[in-house]
Design a protein around this ligand. Structure first.
Ligand SMILES: Nc1ncnc2c1ncn2[C@@H]1O[C@H](COP(=O)(O)OP(=O)(O)OP(=O)(O)O)[C@@H](O)[C@H]1O
Ligand SMILES: [Mg+2]
Length: 328
């Protein structure tokens, strides 16, 4: 049976907004507002949602790059939610983050060798030979080969795809258990996107890595197959296996998202309808009840606009946060 590597329980992260000369508080942006999810060892899950729904905030809060304000993060059976900075060193080694912009993530004044050596030195790998072995191994894993062609290069001498491979090499060099890949291909040329996604997929399978793949593009989630969580305005609104979500989406928001997947078959394009009108809500003052209610075509007046729905388990391992599925 698969065992969880990571669990979040009602995890919350708000940002305080201050304005004006005296920096008076204008309230809180509720970017992550009670998110519960589970990631098993060696598996991958995807978090999907529109821009601004809280995906990056969720990822960075899980990695403790942002301080949570509520809920729990359990990693390897340890509650790490409020561990102090100095007690988190092991967690930094066990986790890694891959972001959108590889060039911005790489120090421009360092060569490939220097970039890969840095985390090894910081984490006390003193033996020079051992360090070189690890550097070579990671470059082979991300297929930056022949290694001699890359080891002395600076980031600006690499293509976007090669830069992202180097970022990936750096993130796996200490053999972490968890990688969060936050829109890892959205800034790359369309021609190299698939190869980077396949690389991540292979790393996950070959090295029993657990991956949280963050994207706004449902069609790319097929590379990371176990579970998809659909996020809307700081909430997870639906969670199920990728197959289930694609075959029988239940939340009106998920249905709308599926309808905007670009379909390579032109005869299917005409079927694109139902895209919810309007914008996602302002997270400083989200709508009461279900946060999707102002855009929802299935709204139950007097219910959806006043009471926040709980997560209903509609099928085995298929969860939906929507009043339409309240059969109590
Ligand atoms: N450091 C911050 N201070 C204040 N508000 C923030 C901060 N970071 C994010 N936010 C707000 O939190 C909300 C969620 O932002 P987040 O970046 O997590 O969304 P996202 O889903 O990753 O979006 P995108 O797809 O554009 O990357 C947004 O309303 C954003 O403006
Ligand atoms: Mg983001």
């Amino acid at each position: 049976m698969s065992t969880p590597l990571l669990r979040t329980e009602r995890l919350k992260k708000y940002f305080e907004v201050k304005r004006g000369f005296i920096r008076r508080s204008k309230g809180y942006v509720r970017a992550v507002d009670g998110v519960s999810l589970t990631l098993n060892r060696g598996e991958a899950i995807s978090i999907v949602g529109e821009s601004g729904c809280g995906k990056t905030t969720l990822g960075k809060t899980i990695l403790r790059l942002y301080e949570p304000i509520g809920g729990k993060i359990i990693f390897n059976n340890k509650d790490i939610t409020y561990l102090r900075w100095k007690d988190l060193k092991w967690y930094r080694r066990e986790t890694g983050l891959i972001q959108q912009d590889p060039f911005g993530a790489l120090p421009s004044f360092m060569t490939t060798k220097g970039i890969l050596q840095e985390p090894l030195i910081i984490n006390g790998v003193k033996d020079k030979k051992e360090r070189m072995e690890k550097i070579y191994r990671s470059l082979e894993q991300v297929r930056l080969t022949p290694i001699e062609d890359f080891i002395g290069k600076y980031p600006h001498m690499l293509s976007g795809g090669q830069q992202q491979r180097l970022v990936i090499a750096r993130s796996i060099i200490l053999e972490p258990k968890l990688i969060i890949a936050d829109e890892p291909v959205s800034m790359l040329d369309a021609s190299v996107r698939v190869e980077i996604l396949k690389l991540l997929q292979n790393l996950q399978r070959d090295y029993k890595l657990s991956i949280i793949y963050i994207t706004h593009d449902l069609s790319t989630t097929r590379y990371f197959s176990e579970m998809i969580y659909i996020m809307y305005a700081g909430h997870i609104v639906e969670g199920a296996s990728t197959k289930e979500i694609l075959k029988s989406p239940m939340h009106p928001y998920t249905k709308a998202l599926l309808n905007v997947i670009p379909d390579p078959d032109p005869s299917n394009r005409l079927k694109v309808r139902e895209v919810p009108a309007g914008e996602p809500p302002n997270l400083l003052s989200p709508p009461s009840g279900c946060r999707f209610n102002p855009r929802c075509i299935n709204i139950i007046k007097g219910v959806c606009d006043s009471k926040e729905p709980p997560m209903f388990e509609v099928d085995k391992d298929h969860y939906v946060k929507c009043w339409l599925y309240d059969h109590t």
